[in-house]
Ligand binder design. Structure first.
Ligand code: PEP
Ligand code: MN
Length: 276
C-alpha cells in the first residue's frame, strides 16, 4: 500500500498514484482527513480529497485506503474508499471502532504509539464484534526514548501478533522511522519478520509536501524498493500480491452477532501473499 501522506493537489496525487501503480503497489494510500498535532497544520482536503482519491483509483485501478477520524464521517469515507484506516491516535476511540465495525469495508487498524499489543488486539475485537471480520493490523512504531528515529519500529510485534491472531499484519516503516533513507531497510526487515504487507508513503515531490515530507519516498526510490522486495519475497517462501480484490465485509445485520473471534478476512489477495 503506497501513496502520499495527505491528498494535497490533484496533480501531485495523480502523479504519485500512477507511479506507485506502475511500481507494483496494489493499494493506493492518501489522507483526506489528517490527524495533525497542531490545529494550525494542514488538516486535509476532506470530502474534496475523497473525490480526488476516487478519481486516482479509477485511473490506476488501485483500491484506496484512507483514514477516518470521526464516527460521523465513517459513512462518507466508506462511500469513497475501499479500506477504512483507523489511525494510531484513534486506536482506542471506541465509538469509531464500533462504527467502522458496522461498515461493509475492510479496516486497517494502526497500533497506538503507546499501545501494547494486547490493547491493539482488544481494539480489533471492537471491530470484529460488530460483525466486520476484515481487519488488518498495522505496526507503525511506538514512542521510544531516542530521537534518532521518529518512533521505535517494533518488528517483533509482527511474529507476536501472528502467534496470537490470524488477522493479517502489515508494517508502516514510513511513520515507524520518520526518515526516507530508513524506509527501505526497515521495509525489507519487516518482510523478513513475516509481515503480510507494507504501508509506505510516496510523494511526487517530498520537498513540497504539506505533511510528512521527510519520510516520503520519491517515486523512483519506491520503484527501486519494489524491485528489491520482488527479489526478496521468494526467499521468504512467499509471493508478492499483484492486486488486492477488496471484498465487502458482511454488514452488521448480515453477520449473525459477530462474536469477536479473530479470523482471517475471507478472500482478499488475488495472488496470495501468504506462503503455502
Ligand atoms: C498516516 O498513515 O498518515 C498516519 C497519520 O499514521 P499514524 O496514524 O500511524 O500516525
Ligand atoms: Mn503520514
Amino acid at each position: 500500500m503506497a501513496g502520499p501522506c495527505a491528498v494535497e493537489t490533484r496533480d501531485l496525487l495523480l502523479t504519485a498514484a500512477e507511479a506507485v501503480a506502475a511500481a507494483g503497489a496494489c493499494v493506493l494510500r492518501g489522507g483526506a482527513f489528517k490527524p495533525r498535532t497542531s490545529p494550525k497544520s494542514f488538516q486535509g482536503l476532506g470530502e474534496e480529497g475523497l473525490l480526488l482519491l476516487e478519481e486516482a483509483s479509477q485511473r490506476t485501478g488501485l483500491p484506496v485506503v484512507t483514514e477516518v477520524m470521526d464516527p460521523r464521517d465513517v459513512e462518507l469515507v466508506a462511500r469513497h474508499a475501499a479500506i477504512l484506516q483507523v489511525g494510531s491516535r484513534n486506536m482506542q476511540n471506541f465509538p469509531l471502532l464500533r462504527e467502522v465495525g458496522r461498515q461493509r469495508k475492510p479496516v486497517l487498524l494502526k497500533r497506538g504509539a503507546a499501545a501494547t499489543l494486547d490493547e491493539l488486539l482488544h481494539a480489533a475485537d471492537y471491530i470484529l464484534q460488530e460483525g466486520n471480520e476484515h481487519v488488518i493490523l498495522c505496526e507503525r512504531g511506538v514512542r521510544g526514548f531516542d530521537p534518532s528515529t521518529r518512533y521505535l519500529l517494533d518488528l517483533a510485534a509482527v511474529p507476536v501478533l501472528q502467534q496470537r491472531t490470524s488477522l493479517p499484519v502489515i508494517v508502516d516503516p514510513s511513520h515507524g522511522t520518520g526518515e526516507a533513507s530508513l524506509v527501505a531497510p526497515m521495509a525489507k526487515a519487516a518482510l523478513m519478520a513475516g509481515a503480510d504487507g507494507l504501508l509506505i508513503e510516496v510523494h511526487a515531490a517530498p520537498e513540497l509536501a504539506l505533511c510528512d515530507g521527510k519520510q516520503a519516498l520519491r517515486p523512483a526510490d519506491f520503484s527501486q524498493l519494489m524491485a528489491e522486495l520482488r527479489r526478496l519475497v521468494p526467499l521468504c517462501g512467499r509471493r508478492l500480491a499483484r492486486s488486492l480484490a477488496v471484498s465487502q465485509a458482511p454488514s452488521a445485520a448480515e453477520a449473525s452477532g459477530g462474536g469477536g473471534s479473530r479470523r482471517h478476512p475471507t478472500g482478499s489477495f488475488d495472488d496470495e501473499v501468504i506462503a503455502p
